[in-house]
Design a protein around this ligand. Structure first.
Ligand code: FES
Length: 137
């Protein structure tokens, strides 16, 4: 059975939606059930200032999406990367064993969005340094 927290967040999830011009976007899926989670991050000074999600999935996937977005909001990227699916499941007062895999989407979604942000940032830095080199030449 689902905990009351899972039921509440499934019925009234927080942070649903998308962020236009997000700094990082992560999309992950579970190939077994076909559920998909998309995470959007707004980042300032390596801190997550806003986060939203769109999840097409089961009740556990929706509740874990909502919980993980609440858990990482306001955290630095390093802190957010340390949030595991176990932390999310515990914050929801547990998940039925056959639904634990759903919480993996939450951990992976946040990581994918942060990786997207870091990749964009390093590309931007590279372009900047190439532009500087061109200007010098
Ligand atoms: Fe697919 Fe829960 S059954 S994420």
């Amino acid at each position: 059975m689902y905990s009351q927290k899972v039921i509440d967040l499934f019925m009234n999830p927080k942070n649903v939606g998308r962020i236009d011009n997000a700094d990082g976007v992560g999309e992950v899926g579970n190939p077994v059930c076909g559920d998909v989670m998309k995470i959007y991050l707004k980042i300032e000074n390596d801190r997550i200032v806003d986060v939203k999600f769109e999840t097409f999935g089961c009740a556990a996937a929706i509740a874990t999406s909502s919980m993980v977005t609440e858990m990482v909001k306001g955290k630095t990227l390093d802190e957010a990367l340390k949030v595991t699916n176990k932390d999310v499941a515990e914050a929801l007062d547990g998940l039925p064993p056959q639904k634990l895999h759903c919480s993996l989407l939450a951990e992976e979604g946040i990581k994918a969005a942060i990786e997207d942000y870091l990749a964009k940032k390093s590309n931007a830095k590279q372009e900047e340094s190439e532009a500087k080199q061109c200007a010098k030449a």
